[in-house]
Design a protein around this ligand. Structure first.
Ligand SMILES: [Mg+2]
Length: 183
Protein backbone atom coordinates (compact mmCIF):
# COMPACT_ATOMS: atom_id res chain seq x y z
CA UNK A 1 0.00 0.00 0.00
CA UNK A 2 1.08 3.57 -0.67
CA UNK A 3 1.32 6.66 1.45
CA UNK A 4 -1.16 9.14 -0.04
CA UNK A 5 1.27 12.04 0.38
CA UNK A 6 4.02 10.27 -1.57
CA UNK A 7 1.65 9.20 -4.32
CA UNK A 8 0.28 12.73 -4.51
CA UNK A 9 3.80 14.09 -4.98
CA UNK A 10 4.26 11.78 -7.97
CA UNK A 11 0.97 12.93 -9.49
CA UNK A 12 1.96 16.58 -9.16
CA UNK A 13 5.44 15.90 -10.51
CA UNK A 14 4.04 14.22 -13.60
CA UNK A 15 1.13 16.61 -14.06
CA UNK A 16 3.14 19.24 -15.91
CA UNK A 17 0.71 22.06 -16.64
CA UNK A 18 -2.35 19.89 -16.14
CA UNK A 19 -4.93 21.13 -13.65
CA UNK A 20 -5.53 18.99 -10.57
CA UNK A 21 -8.81 18.94 -8.68
CA UNK A 22 -8.54 17.70 -5.11
CA UNK A 23 -11.43 15.80 -3.57
CA UNK A 24 -12.91 16.63 -0.21
CA UNK A 25 -10.69 16.20 2.84
CA UNK A 26 -7.39 14.37 2.71
CA UNK A 27 -7.23 14.17 -1.09
CA UNK A 28 -7.09 17.96 -1.17
CA UNK A 29 -5.08 18.36 2.02
CA UNK A 30 -2.13 16.30 0.77
CA UNK A 31 -1.95 18.52 -2.33
CA UNK A 32 -1.15 21.56 -0.20
CA UNK A 33 2.61 20.95 0.19
CA UNK A 34 2.80 20.73 -3.61
CA UNK A 35 0.98 24.00 -4.11
CA UNK A 36 0.65 25.44 -7.61
CA UNK A 37 -1.94 27.72 -9.21
CA UNK A 38 -3.45 24.85 -11.16
CA UNK A 39 -4.31 22.96 -7.98
CA UNK A 40 -7.94 23.38 -7.01
CA UNK A 41 -8.55 22.75 -3.33
CA UNK A 42 -12.19 21.79 -2.95
CA UNK A 43 -13.71 22.38 0.46
CA UNK A 44 -16.75 20.47 1.69
CA UNK A 45 -18.49 19.50 -1.55
CA UNK A 46 -18.08 15.80 -0.89
CA UNK A 47 -18.14 13.69 -4.01
CA UNK A 48 -18.13 16.63 -6.39
CA UNK A 49 -14.44 16.92 -7.33
CA UNK A 50 -14.98 14.57 -10.24
CA UNK A 51 -17.94 16.63 -11.43
CA UNK A 52 -15.81 19.79 -11.33
CA UNK A 53 -13.09 17.93 -13.18
CA UNK A 54 -15.52 16.63 -15.77
CA UNK A 55 -16.85 20.10 -16.46
CA UNK A 56 -13.35 21.47 -16.84
CA UNK A 57 -12.27 18.58 -19.05
CA UNK A 58 -15.23 19.13 -21.37
CA UNK A 59 -14.56 22.88 -21.49
CA UNK A 60 -10.84 22.48 -22.10
CA UNK A 61 -10.23 19.45 -24.33
CA UNK A 62 -6.71 20.76 -24.93
CA UNK A 63 -5.75 19.84 -21.36
CA UNK A 64 -5.61 16.58 -19.49
CA UNK A 65 -7.52 17.12 -16.29
CA UNK A 66 -6.59 15.22 -13.15
CA UNK A 67 -8.97 14.48 -10.30
CA UNK A 68 -7.53 13.17 -7.04
CA UNK A 69 -10.54 11.68 -5.32
CA UNK A 70 -11.24 9.53 -2.29
CA UNK A 71 -13.00 6.19 -2.28
CA UNK A 72 -15.62 7.56 0.10
CA UNK A 73 -16.22 10.49 -2.20
CA UNK A 74 -16.68 8.21 -5.18
CA UNK A 75 -19.12 6.10 -3.20
CA UNK A 76 -21.00 9.30 -2.34
CA UNK A 77 -21.25 10.23 -6.03
CA UNK A 78 -20.98 6.84 -7.65
CA UNK A 79 -22.92 7.94 -10.71
CA UNK A 80 -20.09 10.33 -11.55
CA UNK A 81 -18.16 7.48 -13.17
CA UNK A 82 -21.08 6.71 -15.48
CA UNK A 83 -21.58 10.39 -16.20
CA UNK A 84 -17.94 10.77 -17.20
CA UNK A 85 -18.11 8.09 -19.86
CA UNK A 86 -21.61 9.05 -20.95
CA UNK A 87 -20.32 12.55 -21.68
CA UNK A 88 -17.65 11.07 -23.89
CA UNK A 89 -14.86 12.83 -22.06
CA UNK A 90 -11.44 11.76 -23.31
CA UNK A 91 -9.05 13.90 -21.29
CA UNK A 92 -9.90 13.02 -17.71
CA UNK A 93 -7.60 11.09 -15.36
CA UNK A 94 -9.66 10.12 -12.34
CA UNK A 95 -7.47 8.90 -9.49
CA UNK A 96 -9.26 7.29 -6.56
CA UNK A 97 -7.31 6.92 -3.32
CA UNK A 98 -8.76 3.85 -1.65
CA UNK A 99 -8.16 3.63 2.09
CA UNK A 100 -11.30 1.65 2.74
CA UNK A 101 -13.52 4.32 4.14
CA UNK A 102 -14.35 7.85 5.17
CA UNK A 103 -11.17 8.86 6.93
CA UNK A 104 -11.93 12.50 7.52
CA UNK A 105 -15.18 11.89 9.36
CA UNK A 106 -13.69 9.42 11.81
CA UNK A 107 -12.53 6.43 9.81
CA UNK A 108 -15.86 4.78 9.17
CA UNK A 109 -15.22 1.76 6.92
CA UNK A 110 -16.85 1.76 3.50
CA UNK A 111 -16.37 0.23 0.10
CA UNK A 112 -13.39 -2.06 -0.32
CA UNK A 113 -13.55 -3.64 3.18
CA UNK A 114 -16.96 -4.94 2.14
CA UNK A 115 -15.84 -6.17 -1.27
CA UNK A 116 -16.61 -3.09 -3.35
CA UNK A 117 -14.14 -3.01 -6.26
CA UNK A 118 -14.00 0.51 -7.66
CA UNK A 119 -11.85 -0.54 -10.62
CA UNK A 120 -14.60 -2.96 -11.57
CA UNK A 121 -17.19 -0.23 -11.07
CA UNK A 122 -15.24 2.06 -13.40
CA UNK A 123 -14.98 -0.70 -16.00
CA UNK A 124 -18.68 -1.35 -15.67
CA UNK A 125 -19.29 2.34 -16.27
CA UNK A 126 -17.41 2.14 -19.54
CA UNK A 127 -13.82 3.02 -18.66
CA UNK A 128 -11.59 0.98 -20.99
CA UNK A 129 -8.60 2.06 -18.93
CA UNK A 130 -9.19 1.18 -15.28
CA UNK A 131 -6.44 -0.17 -13.06
CA UNK A 132 -5.64 -0.72 -9.40
CA UNK A 133 -2.14 -0.11 -8.07
CA UNK A 134 -0.74 -0.55 -4.59
CA UNK A 135 2.88 0.61 -4.86
CA UNK A 136 4.56 3.84 -5.87
CA UNK A 137 6.55 2.39 -8.77
CA UNK A 138 3.40 1.00 -10.37
CA UNK A 139 1.52 4.21 -9.70
CA UNK A 140 4.21 6.24 -11.44
CA UNK A 141 4.16 3.97 -14.49
CA UNK A 142 0.39 3.90 -14.77
CA UNK A 143 -0.01 7.61 -14.17
CA UNK A 144 2.58 8.45 -16.85
CA UNK A 145 0.74 6.23 -19.30
CA UNK A 146 -2.58 7.84 -18.40
CA UNK A 147 -1.22 11.35 -18.85
CA UNK A 148 0.23 10.51 -22.27
CA UNK A 149 -2.96 8.81 -23.46
CA UNK A 150 -5.95 10.22 -25.33
CA UNK A 151 -8.72 8.44 -23.49
CA UNK A 152 -10.11 8.62 -19.95
CA UNK A 153 -8.52 6.66 -17.15
CA UNK A 154 -9.65 5.54 -13.73
CA UNK A 155 -6.75 4.70 -11.42
CA UNK A 156 -7.51 3.18 -8.04
CA UNK A 157 -4.57 3.69 -5.70
CA UNK A 158 -4.57 1.58 -2.55
CA UNK A 159 -3.30 3.76 0.28
CA UNK A 160 -2.65 3.52 3.97
CA UNK A 161 -5.13 5.09 6.35
CA UNK A 162 -4.03 8.32 7.94
CA UNK A 163 -5.12 11.95 8.14
CA UNK A 164 -3.14 14.70 6.47
CA UNK A 165 -1.67 17.45 8.67
CA UNK A 166 -1.99 20.02 5.85
CA UNK A 167 -4.83 22.43 5.18
CA UNK A 168 -5.37 24.94 2.37
CA UNK A 169 -6.74 28.43 2.93
CA UNK A 170 -10.45 28.57 3.68
CA UNK A 171 -10.82 31.58 1.41
CA UNK A 172 -12.71 29.62 -1.24
CA UNK A 173 -13.24 32.67 -3.45
CA UNK A 174 -9.51 33.31 -3.59
CA UNK A 175 -8.83 29.63 -4.28
CA UNK A 176 -11.37 29.64 -7.09
CA UNK A 177 -10.09 32.87 -8.59
CA UNK A 178 -6.46 31.77 -8.55
CA UNK A 179 -7.33 28.48 -10.22
CA UNK A 180 -9.54 30.19 -12.80
CA UNK A 181 -6.85 32.77 -13.62
CA UNK A 182 -4.30 29.98 -14.13
CA UNK A 183 -6.51 28.54 -16.88
MG1 LIG B 1 -11.24 7.14 1.92
Amino acid sequence: MMQRLEATSIAVELAGDAPIIGGVGNSTFDLVPYDRPRNFYMWNSMGMASSIGLGLALARPDLRVIVLDGDGSVLMNLSSLATETACGVQNLVHVIWDNGGWEITGGQPAGSPFGVNLEAVARGCGFLKAVTVDDLVSFREVFMEAMADDQPWAIVGLIEAGDSPYRPSKNCIALRDRFRASL
